[in-house]
Design a protein around this ligand. Structure first.
Ligand SMILES: [Zn+2]
Length: 360
């Protein structure tokens, strides 16, 4: 493949982008740097974008990631999840072999990073999962000019427009006000989405205690320890059914379909996900109150970001690659899907039906 760099001149180095980063069975491999990005199998040296379990797996020799991503891996896998670890700050430059890497905020979840890989005159940005929408629980997405931009495509279809998350929170609060005798049970992925929903509720002025399913306690407390204020939180376990009337509880998607929900008085079931834009999907999952809140960029976010990076070449991965590849080509950009497998298991990239969750 030939390409142009962001100054719109042909590459003047003999290094082609695919010599720098190459999709292989284990993930994205950087041969000249001697590492993999978000490898799905154990490797000698892994550079990890964020803490979701499909990107951050145990068993690597060395792991380079942000302090928060390392903290989340430690919570999930225990202290010996890797041979060694190195915490990398946003903006810090690290030389690995013949390349330099630099982490930039991805705006996806706490500690999430895009990895810029530079070799001679070529810069490739592997953005991992990202969103350009505001999120009070993590550093905002940073635009990184580059020659090749690797983008996710979880919501890579024009039908996906997430709108304003604050409006969805207003819907939830209106329902709580309307049904004071019922409990509100909000399904949200345990890492990132749950804490964002809580922070959005607080920003909207809701100051009552918020109840949590036990499975999301540790990660939520970790967010608080990293300085994300979430107000008063209580575990739902042991609380009397009658006392849950008029309250809001957050639970992982798996919990809402089992016997667990019987402890709530006449619960209104809500689900916070970008997939809630698809009404059939909400109906199928028995979701009474769909909340379109996503931690991934929507169609407008994806296309605006691609354009703004100035990249002449775009690699599209995990999700709905075809429409985005087509869009790039109509803009005169070189584009191709990357056939990476093993992603989209934990958060909204999850293609399985509502009611299943990788966490529990
Ligand atoms: Zn993710």
């Amino acid at each position: 493949m030939t390409g142009k760099n962001r100054r719109n001149t042909p590459y003047i180095t003999d290094m082609r982008p695919q010599d720098i980063l190459m999709p292989v069975a284990t993930g994205l491999c950087c041969k000249p740097g001697g590492f993999h990005i978000d490898p799905v199998r154990p490797v000698e040296r892994a550079v990890i974008t964020h803490g979701h379990s499909d990107h951050a797996r145990p068993g690597h020799g060395a792991v380079l990631a942000t302090q928060e991503t390392l903290g989340m891996m430690r919570l999930r896998y225990g202290d010996n999840f890797a041979g060694s670890t190195q915490a990398v700050a946003y903006g810090e430059k690290i030389k690995l072999g013949d390349v330099t890497i630099q982490f930039h905020p991805a705006g996806h979840v706490l500690g999430s990073a895009q990895i810029a890989v530079s070799c001679k005159d070529t810069c490739i940005v592997a953005s991992g999962d990202y969103k350009d929408a505001p999120d009070p629980t993590c550093a905002p997405f940073e635009l990184v000019p580059c020659d090749v931009f690797i983008t996710e495509a979880t919501f890579g279809l024009p039908v996906f427009r997430h709108g304003n998350a604050a409006d969805e929170i207003r819907k939830l609060l209106a329902s709580v006000a309307l049904f004071p005798e019922r409990a509100h049970l909000v399904s949200a992925y345990s890492l990132g989405k749950a804490q964002r929903v809580i922070a959005l509720l607080r920003a909207a002025g809701y100051d009552a205690p918020i109840y949590l399913h036990g499975a999301m306690e540790k990660i939520t407390r970790y967010y608080e320890n990293r300085g994300v204020a979430l107000g008063e939180l209580r575990l739902v376990k042991g609380v009397k059914k009658a006392d849950l009337a008029g309250t809001i509880t957050l639970a992982p998607p798996s919990a809402t379909s089992d016997i667990w929900t019987r402890r709530f008085p006449d619960p209104v079931t809500a689900f916070a996900s970008g997939w809630m834009r698809v009404r059939a999907r909400a109906r199928q999952g028995g979701v009474e109150l769909p909340l379109v809140i996503s931690d991934h960029a929507d169609w407008d976010g994806l296309t605006a970001t691609i354009e703004a990076t100035g990249a002449g070449e775009v690699w599209v991965t995990h999700g709905q690659e075809d429409a985005l590849v087509h869009w790039c080509k109509t803009r005169g950009l070189a584009a191709r899907p990357l056939d990476l497998v093993g992603y989209g298991e934990e958060d909204e990239g999850d293609a399985r039906p509502i009611g299943e969750d990788a966490e529990t």
